[in-house]
Write a protein that binds this ligand. Structure first.
Ligand code: GAL
Length: 953
């Protein structure tokens, strides 16, 4: 705990090139500490979470700050989520990320969780906190710290050693979470998850859960405690306030992205919950991809907008009011953060890409998120059986709010995978009018395309308007400038019918598009019929009631943005992204992003006369809809430099017999606290010597008899789980070979041996991460060399090993425990920008080598991106054909990528701004490990992934 409360900036920053991060660290919002703590109540019933007495639909997305090592960008992601209508963000807190050594906890710089939670508060988004202790998450050891490998005690149990360890973590993280709680802190932490997918229902499992819950409460956690343990911990010892279900209906195989699974109906789970809402702490938001996999665009397709619409609406149909999507922004397994099996990008095929770009999945999320916000009655509904689709290929679920009578009809194909485009009429029941068949207009129908779904509203109040029903879907509604504005939408070319009730015949004015209206005097209903295409506009006035009704197709709908301000909501149309709106006097100050020159239409009160965008006044004119219309600039074109002036150093001196390893640790331990694996003696497991991440070198010395014929080497890289770890070995400087499976006998050429002299076996082993725990302690599986035996001789081998400098005592705590391993260049700071490579040879890329070993390549480049532009940039490695090498990539000292030429699939590695300097000099260092005689390094270039004029910086 020694460092947990250390003030910002006291650490001596040893390395050059950290200015960006240091500056970022210095801006921690100290001001927030003085803000008055407003306390709120968080309760729940069988329908929903209830915040300050208000039933609230929770629409949430997962984000891992530790997969985005640039705090400035956290806010960008949170704002983008908020802008899409998410009212919550779900966050795992990764124990291992904060604790390089027992008793050492770091919450500064890129680990500044206080700052993250302040940002969430400032953005106005609730936080669903998931501090583990175990988190899974495709990360090293499922979030357990490296040092936990070397402890005894069954993980996720009441074992005393494990208990003492996790209590350290909880004390540290709970103290931070507690001061950001909605209930009695000064933040937006709304819920607290205990453990992760823990299915151990034994006495000990329950006692463990209870101990975690007691600890959280003792640490001052006052928000409801929940879990994602499916049917577990509903009652008895370990009972949680709110149980929850995780669901990944598409699974994780992205190789067949057209595949479509059936929809599981959670209605019976809903019925089984007597006191809590149907909560999905993880509902599928994408899928992880594996080494050699098809890449993340395939995962985005597998879990695309159609999937989102059908499956997310199906959970609404079964009565869920709390849904979190895993992931909404996936991020980067930078350094050695990943568990074995997954590669650097954790893009997850999510709604927001790793490079923070918005996708069609984001657009779809936004359509649903806005509707949930616009129809708060959805937070409290019961199933009713009162709707029938005439076309039996389709199925309808009807729900009604028992308090205000709002009805919801969720319509899709009975067989979710169906791809036919079907038309139907629906029989629904309306207040006063009773049963009615819709749409009513002759010659029109209600269509449901294959793999589509719709949520239709009836008997709903939209501001002061009384909606009988609509076959279009509600996007949003607001009251501003003395009138209601409502946006409904549907698929391009499909019919729409919207019926509103009025006391007397209203005045209808079609401002744009073709909309027919019919007044039914007897029923007091105004019926509008139209075809969704572009954006139609209608004003409807009757007495005090005034409505601007906007009817769009999906494309038009996604171009709307609604922002909250102290003076009420504001609706915008046009730009790529809208981030914030601040009214002052007759001026509305807006911020946001454009990807090209765009229209900006502002639907605000008439007293708003001036609009600024990212601080600049925008010329506007008044439209027939009494809105303000202006133009926004797009970004200036940007060109990226080509990379040249590469310097190269051959850098695996450990291979040579002459290398001096006297300072290395001797691998001579004969006992270990690690209870899990049977070790051969002496213990070679690198974890036992404090080297938990990255590459480890072993050098074994033996006196040769001259009769040695071969050597069997075994290493553990977790290869059985689709991992692609490898080791390479040399004898007296001669290449023995490589092995990707764990164990191999390598023949020895007699001429290589020094009879009676010191012979050296050098082995470079990759530790691709510790397994996720898998409920049995497998994260303690050893890493590194396991055993070595000579054939033809009994000569003992004395081993020494070297991993990352300092082991658990990090010389570079800013970049932290996962950044580097034990390659020679890493030990000599060659990855850092301050290192001088002037003495290295010059080279060009691609560069081929027939010499197995490690080569380092370095170059610098200068960027001059305009300060108000957000230009996500990736580093690309291109090999004309796969070669036997793998590379680790550093930008300004940060390891942001692991590339395996002969495995793939990742070739583009994000360089997040903050690590990358967009306005100045940058240093790239690449360590390329040739694992056979056809290694080297491919072509390396910078790739622009997008270009936005932004209000973010
Ligand atoms: C869940 C787990 C998450 C993550 C996900 C797959 O079971 O709780 O942490 O691993 O699977 O991405």
């Amino acid at each position: 705990m020694s460092r947990s409360n250390r003030p910002q900036g006291r650490r001596t920053v040893r390395y050059a090139g950290l200015t960006l991060l240091a500056a970022a660290m210095a801006t921690t919002a100290a001001a927030a500490a003085d803000a008055p703590a407003a306390s709120h109540t968080v309760t729940y019933d069988r329908h929903s979470l209830i915040i300050d007495g208000k039933p609230t639909y929770i629409w949430s997305g997962s984000f891992h700050y530790w997969r985005l090592p640039s705090p400035e960008l956290w806010k960008d992601v949170l704002q983008k989520m908020k802008a899409a209508g998410f009212n919550a963000v779900e966050i795992y807190f990764d124990w291992g990320y904060h604790s390089p050594k027992r008793g050492v906890y770091d919450f500064t710089g890129i680990r500044d969780v206080d700052r993250l939670l302040d940002m969430a508060r400032d953005v106005g988004i609730y936080v669903i906190a998931r501090p583990g202790p175990y988190i899974n998450a495709e990360t090293d050891a499922g979030g357990f710290p490296g040092w936990l490998v070397n402890t005894a005690g069954k993980p996720r149990s009441t074992a005393p050693e494990y208990t003492a360890a996790y209590r350290e973590w909880m004390t540290a993280i709970d103290a931070i979470l507690a001061r950001h709680q909605v209930t009695d802190g000064r933040g937006t932490v709304l819920l607290y998850q205990v453990e992760n997918e823990f299915y151990n229902d034994s006495d000990d499992g329950r006692a463990y859960m209870q101990a975690l819950e007691d600890k959280a409460r003792a640490d001052g956690i006052t928000v409801p405690l929940f879990g994602n343990h499916n049917t577990n911990f509903f009652d008895g010892v370990g009972k949680l306030d709110m149980p929850g279900y995780d669901s990944y209906p598409m699974d994780f195989d992205c190789t067949r992205p057209e595949r479509w699974n059936s929809v599981y109906d959670f209605a019976s789970e809903r019925e089984g919950l007597k006191h809590t809402p149907l909560f999905f702490p993880e509902y599928q938001g994408g899928a992880f991809d594996v080494w050699g996999g098809p890449g993340y665009e395939a995962c985005r397709k597998l879990t695309g907008p159609e999937f989102e619409r059908v499956f997310y609406e199906a959970t609404m149909a079964s009565g869920s009011t709390m849904q979190n999507f895993y992931m909404t922004y996936g991020g980067i397994n930078w350094g050695w953060l990943s568990s074995p099996g997954v590669y650097t990008s954790y893009d997850y095929g999510a709604a927001i890409t790793t490079s923070r770009q918005l996708t069609s999945k984001y657009d779809q999320q936004k359509l649903l998120g806005y509707m949930i916000h616009a129809a708060p009655s959805l937070a409290r509904t019961d199933a009713v059986g009162s709707a029938v689709a005439e076309n039996r290929r389709l199925r309808v679920n009807a729900r009604i709010n028992p308090d205000d009578g709002t009805r919801f009809y969720i319509l899709r194909h009975a067989e979710a995978a169906d791809t036919t485009n079907d038309a139907t009429h629906l029989s629904i029941t309306l207040r006063d009018a009773g049963a009615i068949r819709i749409p009513q207009a002759p010659g029109t129908d209600l269509r449901v395309n294959g793999r589509d779904s719709k949520v239709l509203l009836a008997d709903a109040h939209i501001g002061q308007q009384d909606l009988a029903y609509s076959t279009s879907e509600l996007l949003t509604q607001l009251h501003t400038g003395g009138r209601d504005i409502a946006v409904f939408y549907g698929r391009d070319g499909e019919d729409g019918e919207t019926v509103l009730r009025y006391a007397g015949q209203p005045e209808v004015k079609v401002l744009d598009g073709q909309v027919a209206s019919a007044w039914d005097e007897k029923a007091h209903m105004l019926r509008l019929n139209y075809r969704h295409h572009g954006l139609s506009r209608v004003t409807i006035t009757q007495g005090e009631h005034s409505l601007l009704l906007l009817l769009g197709d999906n494309e038009a709908a996604t171009r709307f943005w609604q922002l909250d301000t102290a003076a009420g909501p504001v609706l915008l149309r046009g730009p790529y992204l809208a981030r914030s709106a601040t009214p002052s006097g007759d001026t509305l100050a807006l911020t946001g992003d454009t990807d090209k020159a765009s229209e900006l239409e502002v639907f605000a009160a008439p007293d708003v006369r001036t609009v600024t965008w990212n601080g600049k006044p925008i010329q506007t004119s008044r439209t027939a809809s009494t809105t303000l219309l202006g133009k926004l600039d797009g970004p200036a074109p940007v060109t990226l430099p080509t990379l040249h002036d590469w310097h190269i150093a051959n850098s695996a001196p450990e291979i040579e017999t002459t290398f001096d390893d006297h300072a290395w640790q001797a691998a001579n331990k004969t006992s270990t606290p690690n209870p899990y694996w049977e070790h051969q003696l002496p213990i070679l497991d690198s974890d036992d010597y404090g080297f938990h991440h990255g590459h480890v070198w072993y050098r074994g010395h033996f006196k040769a008899t001259g009769k040695e014929t071969s050597i069997r080497l075994s290493a553990s890289m977790g290869v059985h789980l689709g991992n692609h770890g490898i080791f390479t070995a040399w004898l007296n400087g001669h290449f023995l070979g490589n092995n990707p499976s764990g164990s191999q006998q390598f023949p020895i050429d007699p001429s290589w041996l020094k009879k009676g002299g010191d012979n050296v076996v050098a082995v470079l082993v990759e530790n691709t991460g510790h397994l996720q725990e898998e409920h049995n302690g497998a994260f303690r599986e050893m890493r590194g060399l396991m055993s070595a035996t000579l054939q033809g001789s009994q000569a003992p081998i004395a081993w020494k090993l070297q991993g990352n400098v300092g082991g658990e005592d990090l010389p570079d705590p800013v970049r932290g425990p996962f950044n580097i391993g034990g390659l020679y260049g890493e030990r000599k700071d060659w990855h850092l920008p301050g290192f001088s490579d002037a003495a290295w040879a010059k080279t060009t890329l691609p560069h081929a080598t027939d010499k197995p070993g490690v080569d380092w390549y370095r170059t610098t480049f200068t960027l001059d991106i305009p300060k108000n532009q957000d230009v996500p940039i990736a580093l690309r490695i291109r090999d004309a054909a796969p070669h036997h090498y793998r590379a680790i990539i550093f930008i300004n000292g940060w390891q942001i990528g692991r590339y395996i030429s002969d495995v793939g699939p990742q070739t583009d590695f994000e360089l997040p701004a903050g690590l990358l300097n967009p306005q100045g000099k940058n240093t790239i260092a690449i360590a390329a490990w040739s694992t056979a005689q056809d290694g080297g390094l491919g072509e390396v270039s910078l790739v622009m992934q997008g270009n936005y004029l932004t209000g973010h910086w």
